[in-house]
Design a protein around this ligand. Structure first.
Ligand SMILES: *[C@@H]1O[C@H](CO)[C@@H](O)[C@H](O)[C@H]1NC(C)=O
Ligand SMILES: *[C@@H]1O[C@H](CO)[C@@H](O)[C@H](O)[C@H]1NC(C)=O
Length: 554
């Protein structure tokens, strides 16, 4: 009994001593050396990877004042306070909406007063970036444009949600041009036709600004085959304006009048090569799968988690959206054929709805059917169109993933390769009556809706899942660098050697290896995260494409 009490007292005392020791032992070991190494790393990595060269304009839409020694202070602080990176999440967002609300309720918003600056206002930058900031999640990509990367923003221990060259995937003309070049390259290298078919992610498209495509298109319009087809199946093509035209703006369905106008404009092909408007004609999907007589599209949210190497994830829950008007292939009503949001929005605006340009949430509740593709599967099972009750896992998801992979591969030459960068996209797909799918368009900063409580919850969960991915890669990288930096700093200190003398080819190679995004150091993405891996260049051979592309096609 007495022994027990003494034992207890001794235990408590030793605990107290340990605690005191730990408290006082937070010394900044080798601080000078660590500081030097971090400065070197930010400089080296920015020179070697992504260095956009800041365009210093007065205008800074997020109202942050850049500070030249920011990364130096931020990385040093995080180096000695691992919990900031490993346990917490310091973020901010300037745009209102579900994403910001979720960031605020689930993580630490370290610039809560942040709003974006409206044009023509007199605000001066009022904020500075907090040194704890780990995962900025901005709407605009200011941190790469108005700041000097590696000094004023995007430090070693940060992960950003933007990629400067994201438009190579989201601009319509880029998506199409990439698809063309990609397929052309495959043809030229003599790959099998089934490789090429599998790599086709948008419907057949003619670039009217390209002489050959344009001539081919107009001679097809004059063909007997074309005449038969429009009589039998209705419109065969839509035209779209290139660049960043989304949500139904700039889309024309080639009804007879529109066709005649186009033929006149291009003089049945004689003006091909002269008229260089960024117009494309795309095969119109005249046999869409219908839901209660309406055409439907579904939107797949996906993230490019890194570009060094390329790692992508797609979200399991998918928004299904329907056209406003019932589908009739002979209808002359554009809204029966094109069900993009802008048309929806202008219709709502006519109804007096209040929609703001920059608000991420718009109300179109009646046009969204469900958030799950399971629903589609049930429907198809009921209609007898499919028999497999694992159709989603066995067919639809792999097909979606394969198309995203090909879209990425067709654009990857143009990405900035850097593990600090990421991007959040949505791809809109259409499903045909015979269950083929095509990508209709790709957007970044996709709308996140909060029209119903359920939808708001889904989007909140998606935001958390996205942040978990950002954090997972950042934390793995942090641990890899922390080990390396500690080792180098100790060596400098013990052997009284300058940093330069330690920067051998081997060390540089280690730095580059540590900078490659991968999940290691015991970091994993949780089981209930609804993002599934789509592509990971860390994996060997066709595994990096989940075996959805055969070796002979690469
Ligand atoms: C180190 O790398 C440089 C450039 O890659 C090369 O020229 C040099 O020979 C290498 N040195 C050693 C010792 O391998
Ligand atoms: C085409 O894609 C499917 C998966 O959707 C895959 O199983 C098949 O092997 C691919 N074919 C080729 C030639 O890559």
């Amino acid at each position: 009994m007495f022994g027990n009490v003494i034992f207890l007292i001794v235990s408590v005392l030793s605990l107290l001593l340990t605690y005191n020791f730990m408290r006082t032992s937070l010394t900044y070991k080798n601080k000078q050396e660590v500081d030097q190494i971090l400065s070197y790393l930010n400089k080296y990595l920015t020179q070697t990877y992504f260095a956009p060269g800041a365009t210093k304009t007065q205008y800074n839409s997020i109202l942050v004042k850049p500070e030249i020694d920011y990364c130096k202070r931020s990385d040093l602080y995080k180096f000695y306070h691992p919990d900031i990176v490993m346990k917490d999440t310091y973020t901010f967002r300037e745009a209102r909406g579900v994403i910001r609300e979720t960031l605020r309720s689930s993580y630490y918003d370290c610039i809560p007063q942040m709003t974006y600056k409206l044009k023509n206002t007199q605000y001066l930058p009022r904020h500075v970036l907090p040194i704890q900031l780990t995962v900025p999640f901005t709407y605009y990509d200011q941190l790469v444009h108005k700041f000097q990367v590696g000094q004023e923003s995007l430090c070693l221990f940060q992960k950003y949600n933007h990629l400067v060259t994201r438009h190579v995937l989201s601009h319509k003309d880029n998506l199409m041009n990439n698809q063309y070049q990609y397929l052309d390259t495959m043809r030229k290298s003599g790959l099998d036709q089934d490789c090429i078919n599998n790599a086709t992610f948008i419907p057949k498209t003619y670039r009217l600004f390209n002489k050959l495509d344009c001539e081919e298109f107009f001679s097809y319009l004059d063909s007997a085959e074309y005449k038969t087809l429009i009589e039998r199946d209705g419109p065969q093509f839509i035209t779209k304006v290139g660049l960043e035209v989304h949500r139904g703006r700039g889309i024309k369905v080639l009804f007879p009048d529109e066709t005649k106008f186009l033929q006149d404009t291009y003089k049945h092909g004689k003006r091909c090569g002269i008229d260089r408007s960024l117009l494309v004609a795309q095969k119109y999907i005249g046999n869409p799968l219908l839901f209660n007589d309406h055409k439907i599209e579904f939107r797949v949210y996906w993230v490019l988690a890194s570009t060094n190497p390329i790692i992508a994830y797609a979200y399991d829950k998918t928004l299904i959206r329907r056209c406003i008007s019932p589908f009739d292939k002979f209808s002359l009503d554009k809204e029966a054929h094109v069900c993009n949001t802008a048309i929806v929005q202008s219709t709502l605006q006519k109804k007096g709805s209040n929609l703001f340009m920059n608000d991420e949430n718009s109300d179109e509740s009646e046009l969204y059917i469900d958030w799950k593709l399971d629903y589609l599967q049930d429907l198809l099972l009921k209609q007898g169109k499919i028999k497999d009750n694992k159709w989603l896992q066995n067919y639809l998801h792999p097909t979606i993933d394969r198309m995203i992979i090909h879209a990425i591969r067709s654009a990857q030459q143009k990405f900035n390769r850097d593990s600090r960068l990421a991007e959040f996209f949505a791809a809109d797909f259409i499903l045909t009556d015979d269950l083929q799918i095509y990508i209709m368009e790709m957007n970044y900063n996709p709308q996140t809706l909060k029209t119903t409580l359920a939808r708001q919850k889904q989007h909140a969960k998606m935001t958390q899942d996205m942040i978990e991915i950002q954090n997972a890669y950042l934390r793995s990288k942090y641990l890899r660098f922390q080990k390396m930096i500690s080792r180098l700093a100790t060596k400098m200190n013990k052997e009284k050697r300058p940093l330069d003398s330690l920067l051998t080819n081997k060390t540089i190679e280690e730095i580059n290896d540590a900078y490659v995004d991968k999940l290691d150091q015991g970091i994993k993405i949780s089981e209930d995260n609804l993002f599934r891996l789509v592509m990971d260049e860390n994996l060997p051979g066709t595994k990096q494409y989940k075996d959805l592309i055969q070796q002979k096609c690469i």
